[in-house]
Design a binder for this molecule. Sequence first.
Ligand SMILES: [Zn+2]
Length: 369
Amino acid sequence: MKEKQNRASGTLSAVVVFGVPIRFHFTFILLLIFLLTAGFGGGKSVLYDIIFIVSLFAAVLLHELGHALVARIYGIKTVEIVMYPIGGVARLEREAAPVAELWIALAGPAVNVVLAIGLYGWLTLLSGWGQIERQLVDRIAVSNLYLAGFNMAPAFPMDGGRVLRALLALWKGEAAATRVASFVGRLLAMAMGIYGLISGHILLLLIAFLIYVAATQEGAASAGRALTQGIPVKAAMVTEFERLPHGSTIREASQRLLATTQQDFPVVHGERVIGLLDRQSFLRGMAIEGAETYVSQVMDRDFLSLDPLMNLAEALPLLTGNVSCALVMENDRLLGLLTRENISEFLLLRKLGIVEAQQGSTAQVLPEH
Ligand SMILES: [Zn+2]
């Protein structure tokens, strides 16, 4: 299987805490540089502003670590924590079951509540401090409460949205839960956006927009997961397709491309699959090498190959980016193709209830009544 680049783009150097790589998005670094340079030559209040903002980011980071640590209790690794100027994101390696998701989501805001309580406790114990210092600690404590509260808004990708989904999932099942949670998230994002527009809070408008997109994506991704969960790859694959002998030229391949609806061609040497000529490598070969080049020179030898019994829900995320087609192979035998197009067709048919996919069998079209 292809090694996929497994980190958020535009991120810099990682610090590893509790085994979790923490990356900083470059915009976050720019913000820090800006804040630090703004502090030079400034008075005490500027210094305190910087301490305040740095504490705020520390609070966000601890919040994300809270998610990561509870996820680990449930055996789910955190791929990375990415720090953006408007907040952090803990990326988990896989989806959690409802009960796990509930506790993982609650852990982040809980960290901020505990921090706020600790800071207030500290304030009452230490009486010898000046007014400005006390105000600073108070501000940090209030911000932690604000962080916890804001994140508990019932909208994806906020923690509150996940809590809502987890609770609904225990009651109504995962698919219905995500539908409702995604709807509530979009509704809330719209309300937030309208308020941001009227009150002139541009940052709020931006956050509302991001929440709206995330809620929509989460809804679609989860619908896809629900429709593909427990279904083997072989149920959705294309079983009738053409192969190209390794001695074919790009010109011959282009004729097959026109004559069929197929866009990706397995390249074979006898019975053995030696590569995949997908649309991208075809176009690249055509442009750089010319029409008389052999397909074996431009094909992708490092193609994505899937086991026919692999869960379709797990195969789905592998077909992203520039990977548009996977070969379904049993030992060295080519059984079928799995493309993004035929997955969406499969999902559509599943949604309409036309295709009933059975574990370990091929897709069957039910007779109409
Ligand atoms: Zn969170």
